[in-house]
Design a protein around this ligand. Structure first.
Ligand SMILES: [Fe+2]
Length: 530
């Protein structure tokens, strides 16, 4: 018998006779290591402390002796992580203080919470940015390390960088040992290709098929940067930030609106936003505007309500009336980012972090985050915010004149297979260590046996809870259970959880590959015993 939810699905809902990715995009999970002391966390922060400063999403603290730093944390951060940060600020001779905020009890999340969450956070971020401007003028600090980071109008006086480390599980990962020149090369490989595309088409087996024209009007004459006029209007006072990609967050769609020419058309569908998994949600896009929101359970209902409340409003810099315009298809670039298994989804542990895994795309619609136009709208009392759907297995095809190119295939960012990038990885310990994704989600009906709707898309949180519990508590069983690829499961380089490889990288050496580092009991039969 057809269930009631299924009968409400649009005809374009993806239906597969067999899981389309089952043979070639198998699930992967990283080792689950328990961190019990601060020393296990220091190698990662040591690398982060030395990465050159930039405003992107890779943690790049660039700590200098005598630098006046404020680190902002709260009671949703693990105390061990805060202690490790203190130790690293001391090691690098910074004059630091820690602003500790009490956020009250740690909240548990559902994906539908994203709607209010970003209405509230975006307003708060706009206020933070005003606060940063004041702090920059006061000149008390050289650098802020704040959770979200983000742009200040002029960062010559005070720099802002990220504090994405919530728990030891998030911090003690090779994602934060990655050599910066390699991350930068992957970012640039991706961005340079986007810059030259005439049209961009994004498809994904969860039901996305959308394309847009990458108009000359978005760019300067040489197509090196975004159009200075649009940047000046959208990112007033912060043009240096707005004119190009954000490291770790490559713009698969320009983060400016080009009035009269926005032609994003098609459908976008997914089962995850920045907060948590959500019931399968579909957006119908015409002229880069969301004209219809289908299914989505409670998330869909809340979005439809907000859309009806804002469709008649005029926003500064928008191509037409309404809040629900599609502006973002940003691409993550770090192969070792993974979804945290402990305490997911609660507090700061949500899906925001995982959007920066290489090849994952997050679709964004609403006001352009931290842009001046968003701040103007917030000051005018308009509801501001943007909302998301994540694509974990996207294929991105760039259309040029005669030489089209695929840059992401079924979630694999093809920069990771580029010979030059692999050569660069070899300089630092090898492509096997740095350029294999540690985490590929297991999705029944896509890369795991089962029916995409019945076993996953009608209630993805139910599956993800089961998945993360098994992966955390019975790690040796998880990959064999889902028919996954065990290659990331064993920590053969000792780079997880403060292993010897992590200490080696922090000391500027290459980690040694050894099966003995594996976190599983020998002979347990896990992942075929290797
Ligand atoms: Fe984004």
């Amino acid at each position: 018998m057809l269930d009631a939810l299924r009968s409400n699905l649009p005809t374009s809902f993806p239906r597969y006779a067999s899981p389309p990715l089952i043979g070639h995009r198998k699930p992967r999970c990283p080792p689950y290591s328990v961190v019990s002391n601060v020393d296990q966390l220091l190698p990662y922060l040591d690398v982060v402390a030395r990465r050159p400063y930039n405003q992107g999403l890779h943690a790049c603290w660039d700590l200098k002796p005598g630098e006046r730093v404020q680190l902002r944390v709260d009671n949703w951060h693990d105390p061990l992580v805060i202690e490790a940060c203190k130790r690293i600020l001391e090691k690098y001779g910074c004059k630091y203080d820690i602003l500790f905020v009490d956020k009250g009890p740690v909240r548990q999340w559902t994906g539908a919470d994203e709607v209010e969450y970003y209405l509230h956070r975006t307003k708060e971020l706009a206020e933070w940015m005003d606060q940063w401007d004041v702090m920059s003028k006061e000149g008390k600090y050289d650098k802020l390390l704040w959770g979200y980071g983000g742009p200040v109008l002029v960062d010559t006086h005070m720099k802002i960088q990220r504090m994405p480390f919530i728990t030891p599980e998030i911090l003690a990962s090779p994602a934060h040992l990655m050599p910066y020149e390699l991350l930068q090369a992957i970012d640039l490989w991706t961005w340079k290709r986007i810059l030259t595309a005439k049209r961009v088409r994004i498809t994904d087996p969860e039901g996305t098929d959308v394309e847009y024209t990458n108009h000359d009007g978005y760019y300067d004459r040489k197509r090196e940067f975004l159009n200075p006029d649009l940047v000046r209007d959208t990112w007033t006072g912060n043009e240096g930030f707005g004119k190009t990609y954000l490291p770790g967050h490559v713009l698969g769609k320009p983060w400016v609106y080009l009035a009269g020419k926005e032609d994003g058309n098609g459908v976008i569908a997914g089962t995850t936003n920045h907060i948590a998994p959500v019931d399968w949600t579909q957006l119908v896009i015409e002229g880069s505007q969301i004209v219809e929101i289908n299914a989505g359970g409670e998330f869909g209902e809340k979005l439809r309500k907000l859309k009806s409340e804002t469709d008649h409003l005029s926003y500064p810099g928008f191509p037409g009336k309404g809040l629900f315009y599609w502006w973002e298809a940003s691409i993550g670039t770090n192969p070792h980012i993974h979804r945290p298994r402990k305490d997911f989804p609660s507090g700061w542990i949500n899906c925001l972090y995982e959007r920066v895994r290489s090849g994952v795309i997050h679709i964004g619609f609403g006001t352009i985050i931290s842009s001046m136009n968003e701040r103007r709208a917030a000051k005018a009392g308009l509801p501001v915010g943007h909302w998301h759907l994540h694509l974990y297995f996207p294929t991105v095809r760039l259309e040029r004149e005669g030489d089209n190119e695929t840059i992401i295939e079924d979630g694999r960012l093809l920069a990771l297979d580029d010979p030059e990038i692999r050569k660069l990885a070899d300089k630092h310990g090898g492509a096997d260590l740095w350029l294999q994704e540690s985490w590929i989600p297991a999705v029944p009906g896509l890369n795991v046996a089962g029916d995409y709707w019945d076993h996953y898309a009608k209630d993805p949180m139910k599956w993800v809870n089961a998945e993360l519990t098994v992966c955390r508590e019975f790690h040796h069983l998880f990959m064999p259970m889902v028919g996954g690829d065990p290659s990331a499961c064993h920590d053969k380089y000792g780079v997880w959880g403060g292993g010897p490889g992590a200490h080696a990288v922090a000391a500027g050496k290459m980690p040694v590959c050894s099966e003995a580092h594996g976190t599983h009991m020998p002979g347990s039969g896990c992942c075929g015993g290797h």
